[in-house]
Design a protein around this ligand. Sequence first.
Ligand code: NAD
Length: 332
Amino acid sequence: LPVTELTIEQAQAEIETLRQQVTQWGTEYYQNDQPTVEDFVYDQAYQRLLALEAQFPVLQSQDSPTQQVGALGETVLTKVPHEQPMLSMGDVFSTEELFAFNDRLQKNGLDQPEYNLELKIDGLAISLVYENGQLVQGSTRGNGQIGEDITKNVRMIKSVPTQLPEPLSIEVRGECYMPKQAFVKLNQQRESDGLPVFANPRNAAAGSLRQLDAKITGRRELSTFIYYVPDYETLGVTTQSAALARLKDLGFQINEHYQVVQTAEQIQAYIDQYTAQRNDLEYGIDGIVEKVNDLGMQVELGNTVKVPRWEIAYKFPPEEAATIVRDIEWTV
Ligand code: NAD
């Protein structure tokens, strides 16, 4: 039933079931690195829960998974607080929704919008802290406020510089991922060793990074793309695209497929290009990310408790659905 046709009792019952389900799937995915359902199943349940809570504001609750980032339960790793929260991201599933998001930004004072478009890397978020140019801490996102200490683990990743060419004290954030080929190889090895295989490269990356014994991390092929600096003034830049270029100069690996755009046509073209090319990339992507390019404007727009207001993810349709569409096109 559409949410507008539900009585409050019906809505309450459905919300309770969905909260329980989404929380359980979240624990399996974020904490255990072992999802039991495909992402689009999770996304559908999550979107329905969001719609119900929007339709029935009296049923909103801080305990809802729509108000929380990720999950952090028992862990073998040491817990570390984040100086600034590591947030999640809002998502849309069609270009109509994406352009509606942009219209809202313009109504809220964003004039002459310039966006930086990036690929949405299917990995897990990491934070790296440098003091006087030396890597001193690595951590996972955890529940956004508190993450897990993975300093020894990130030191095992080739693309993570342990020393910067300048004595900067700075936190950078990005994505840790496992290339597709490394994932296939790892699962083949695990299968022949009689070990459970990882569901996808994202979970393989998370399982490999969140190890008490960093030597295990060292044996896995992991890589990173860095894309965010909470305190951008330290970098001396004013736009997201300039931040990426500066991060590259500092020795971080960045994803080169970014593009500054102004028009809906350019955004559509970027989405079309990477929807077509996603299978040819060496790493998994599950969508594209659109960010307001002006960093000062990002600060002005701020965040909700869960997501920044200045960025949004456009999620690709699930692979199966895309395949079906392709098959239909072939047969027609
Ligand atoms: P998200 O992964 O959809 O988006 C936020 C994250 O995107 C950031 O934390 C960052 O790590 C990442 N990211 C990748 N490329 C980026 C870029 N260029 N710029 C900025 N960030 C980038 O949000 P989430 O809250 O971490 O997870 C929700 C998603 O996880 C769901 O939509 C679903 O796809 C998946 N999930 C699946 C299950 C399951 O059971 N299958 C359970 C929970 C979550």
